[in-house]
Design a protein around this ligand. Structure first.
Ligand SMILES: Cc1cc2nc3c(=O)[nH]c(=O)nc-3n(C[C@H](O)[C@H](O)[C@H](O)COP(=O)(O)OP(=O)(O)OC[C@H]3O[C@@H](n4cnc5c(N)ncnc54)[C@H](O)[C@@H]3O)c2cc1C
Length: 174
């Protein structure tokens, strides 16, 4: 996949792939992460091999497909284009053995959901009535500002702003 796209978009691709892997080669730049990854080898969620065929076997993915994908990716990287659509400026060949593959999992860093509120962040019932003295802000409040894609930085600003508004409203109602 093209990991240059926005992380909220890449996450959708990661979820769709179900069991995606990240592949690294042994460069100077990757030395620290590879040192850390070695501790995961026993788990089977990090695998290492000297060629893509053997790497694929350990990943339990079709060896021919992985070898072809990596060969065409590396060729593109040398020629200045990326088969996945990434800007060639950020495309580097993956060819220094041994190769490492790491199973990756998406994690939740926030929600688009939460309970419905008024603009003062007073919590509403299913029927749209205000529940007295109950406020929801930040992660607990419904964020009507989103559609399907998260905007970077918007959660913290929403938590701060909604919390301040709710606090002021609550103080006035005391
Ligand atoms: C890895 C990661 C990266 C993120 N990066 C960004 C980013 O770059 N930009 C951005 O805008 N947002 C980012 N977010 C999201 C953002 O951090 C959250 O949306 C925001 O902090 C939510 O604030 P909050 O006050 O609503 O909730 P929280 O910060 O979760 O605060 C809730 C507090 O309530 C406490 N609590 C829970 N239960 C109880 C209880 N029963 N009694 C008393 N206290 C309780 C918790 O301990 C916690 O301190 C990131 C989140 C994660 C996890």
């Amino acid at each position: 996949m093209n990991e240059q796209t926005h992380y909220a978009v890449v996450t959708n691709d990661v979820i769709a792939a179900k069991t995606p892997w990240l592949i690294l080669d042994t460069t100077k730049e990757n030395a620290d992460i590879i040192e850390a990854l070695k501790t995961g080898l026993a788990s089977g969620e990090v695998v290492v091999a000297d060629n893509f065929h053997d790497l694929a076997k350990q990943m339990q993915v079709p060896a021919d497909v992985l070898s072809e994908t990596m060969t065409s990716y590396n060729q593109g990287a040398h020629e200045g284009h990326d088969t996945m659509g990434k800007d060639p400026e950020y495309t580097v060949p993956v060819e220094r053995v041994p190769y490492y593959a790491i199973k990756i999992y998406p994690v939740i860093m926030g929600t688009f959901g939460g309970v419905k509120t008024t603009k003062q962040f007073e919590v509403l019932t299913d029927g749209g009535q205000v529940i007295k003295n109950l406020f929801a802000t930040g992660e607990t409040a419904n964020k009507v500002i989103y559609n399907h894609v998260y905007m970077s930085g918007s959660s913290v600003q929403f938590a701060l702003t909604s919390g301040r508004i709710a606090g002021e409203v609550a103080a006035k109602q005391l």
